[in-house]
Design a protein around this ligand. Structure first.
Ligand code: WTA
Length: 650
């Protein structure tokens, strides 16, 4: 190691880990030398109904992209996450549910109870006519019923699509319609941080824009008042109580879709990322075990929401496939105070804790006292995901939370990848703050020159991050639009999967993510297409044009900076600014609300009318000394005006 600032695994950790350095290196080399032999072996971690005989059948040729893993095998994911554990750990806790309010008792749901609840939920879905391949949208708080609903879908072969409960009715309606869902599952209200989001009334508003055939299954969670539409609305808990507690799992093909999850891209509306059944569960389970060094009996806590892929792979599917105890938290890190995460770690004796850098930064701002109040001696490992972690946050996490004794795994991956692609293995990899380090088994990253698309073969390299070969957890298609799938990920750099991120590889072969190279921004670890926010803004009657870029934000990582050109004759005002913020909240959701709105009489455009975002990014970053070439602008004077009135003066 040439870098002084590295943190090698301790001897004790390495000795007890699933993989020490030698094991990682051997397994990794095997996984690249003969991927089919490697995955044939590791595919066995899952119980197959009919074992596969073919391992991989993948083609990255643009125009012909197809990805298949274990394609002649059959299985059921819910049976793998529940039934197969019943004999050995039926009475073990599968899910610890920690409610929003610390005064409400936590629930410990055993594998037996999980089985019963999932079967009942599956029977409720069946009774509503849901069958194999039907799409079911979930719009739920972080409650056990969210996991029951996911696994109930998996049990009967229905395809779930979770919409984060922070999205607006419009965003929900678009997703229900895009996948032509038969059923929407929601709850009366979602309590978070002591406040309640009226999910059911959002669902009512969304369903006004959907087919009247869509049924609405409602979990009465808080008991809050909701309007009730007979014939359409169904009381889930009441139906579950009446339903049978056994439901035979459907035999699914490995390549049948398990779920759709909408995510933002650089253009147009969000795309429905489709994940498979067999490859996904093998990959989610294996990464969960190795990355977090999960051992039987450990309590694992991933603080994500099930509305994001992290919640899919590392709250529900990965942990449960491994027979783990997984914590599901309804609340937020700062309620009732900034010690909540640590209170929960102490209360449930959490062993592995996995969160986002934005949460770490927010908590760091409250100092070390709220952490020190709690006994965190159960913690063995810490993890991060979602965005690059800055060294200050890394050091605080390491020193104050981990007391210098917990390895930190900085995991790089995406909705599209199903599970970790670049990550340290805690017993094997010396970490460096800010680096996602090395590839997981079977993963072959390459750094390409952004312009030429040539592979940079020197160890030290900087360019765009691509992958040479498929891995089992890779997305299979964009729902209903395979062409868009190919165009987004396989067109720019032929023969590779293009992740959309830039990266640097250092002299030790470690990968450092430098951020998105497309028009996607990362706000508090949430992916946001700038085009989505722009189209929401221009839908406002008083807005003529809008351009949205990201800018560095102390807590959120990136903030949303919007340049707005108003219609002729409309006067800018603080009131209008507030109105626009509110507008975006209702069009997309609170997470898309611009942090800064600058009135822009004109936007910098090329003579052909293309907005020069590079310039807008620089101004938003308050770094306009280095604007670069502006000679191709149609009217260079607009730039001076924008600089003059910039909103972010650091
Ligand atoms: C970013 C979240 C740096 C990256 C699992 C990626 C990261 C996008 C990291 C995917 C990390 C994720 N370091 N950047 N450890 N993890 N990202 O689909 O830009 O919500 O492309 O998946 O988040 O976001 P998504």
């Amino acid at each position: 190691m040439t870098d002084q600032n590295t943190y090698p695994p301790t001897k004790e950790f390495a000795a007890n880990a699933h993989a020490d350095k030698a094991t990682y290196e051997k397994m990794y080399a095997d996984s690249i030398a003969d991927p089919d032999a490697f995955w044939a072996e590791h595919g066995k971690r899952i119980d197959w109904i009919k074992p596969f005989t073919k391992v991989s059948n993948c083609d990255y040729t643009f125009g012909d992209v197809s990805i298949n893993w274990f394609e002649d095998g059959t299985l059921n994911v819910a049976a793998n996450c529940i039934d197969r554990h019943l004999e050995t750990r039926g009475d073990q806790t599968a899910i610890i549910w920690e409610p929003d309010s610390p005064d409400t008792p936590a629930q410990h749901i055993t594998y037996k109870e999980l089985h019963e609840n999932v079967c009942r939920f599956a029977n409720v879905l069946k009774f509503q006519g849901v069958g194999r391949g039907d799409r079911v949208v979930l719009y739920l708080p972080m409650i056990p019923e969210a996991a029951y609903a996911m696994l109930a879908c998996a049990r009967i072969g229905a395809v779930h699509s979770i919409v984060f409960a922070g999205f607006s009715p419009d965003a929900l309606a678009n997703r229900i319609n895009d996948c032509n869902a038969r059923v929407l599952i929601t709850a009366d209200e979602a309590p978070r941080g002591g406040r309640k989001t009226p999910l059911k009334s959002n669902a009512d508003a969304a369903l006004l824009h959907c087919s009247d055939k869509v049924k609405c299954l409602v979990v009465k969670h808080t008991g809050g008042q909701t309007t009730w539409i007979e014939d359409r609305d169904v009381d889930v808990k009441a139906e579950m109580a009446k339903a049978a507690d056994r439901c035979v799992p459907s035999e699914m093909n490995a390549e049948d879709p398990l779920f759709i999850l909408y995510t933002s891209g650089s253009t147009g509306k969000p795309k429905g990322v489709v994940h498979s059944t067999g490859g996904y569960i093998v990959y989610a389970a294996m990464t969960h075990q190795y990355t977090f060094d999960y051992h039987d009996g450990d309590v694992f806590w991933c603080t994500a929401d099930v509305g994001w892929v992290t919640g899919h792979s590392y709250i529900v599917y990965g942990p449960l496939a491994n027979g783990a105890t997984t914590v599901m938290f309804e609340g937020v890190p700062t309620y009732p105070d900034a010690g909540r995460f640590w209170a929960v770690c102490e209360k449930h004796k959490v062993n592995q804790f996995y969160t986002a850098p934005t949460a770490i930064r927010a908590l760091m701002a409250h100092g070390s006292e709220p952490v020190e109040k709690y006994d965190l001696s159960s913690l063995k490992l810490l993890g991060t995901v979602g965005e690059p972690i800055n060294p200050e946050a890394w050091n605080w996490y390491n020193d104050v939370v981990g007391k210098g004794t917990c390895p930190i795994v900085d995991t790089w991956w995406q909705t599209e990848t199903g599970g970790h692609l670049l990550t340290p293995l805690p017993g094997a990899t010396a970490t460096k703050p800010g680096s996602a380090t090395l590839p997981f088994f079977g993963v072959e990253p390459v750094v390409l020159d952004a312009q030429s698309g040539e592979e940079i073969t020197t160890t030290e390299a900087e360019g765009v991050l691509c992958f040479k070969k498929s891995w089992p957890g890779q997305m299979r298609t964009v729902y209903g639009d395979h062409e868009r799938f190919e165009k987004t990920y396989f067109a720019d750099y032929k023969g590779y999967y293009f992740a959309g991120d830039g990266c640097r590889r250092d002299e030790d072969g470690y990968y450092w993510i430098t951020g998105r190279v497309d028009d996607v921004i990362n706000v508090s670890g949430h992916r946001m297409g700038t085009a989505e926010v722009e189209s929401a803004l221009v839908a406002h009657a008083q807005v003529a044009e809008a351009a949205v870029v990201g800018y560095p934000h102390d807590i959120k990582g990136q903030g949303i900076y919007a340049y707005v050109t108003l219609m002729n004759g409309v006067e800018p005002s603080d009131e209008l600014r507030k109105d626009l913020e509110k507008w975006v909240r209702t069009e997309i959701g609170p997470i898309a609300k611009p942090d800064l709105i600058q009135w822009a009489p004109g936007l910098p455009k090329t003579r052909s009318g293309k907005i020069m975002r590079r310039i807008l990014r620089k101004i938003a970053e308050d770094d306009f000394g280095a604007l670069g070439d502006t000679s191709t602008l149609a009217d260079p004077s607009v730039v001076d005006e924008l600089i003059e009135n910039r909103m972010n003066r650091s």
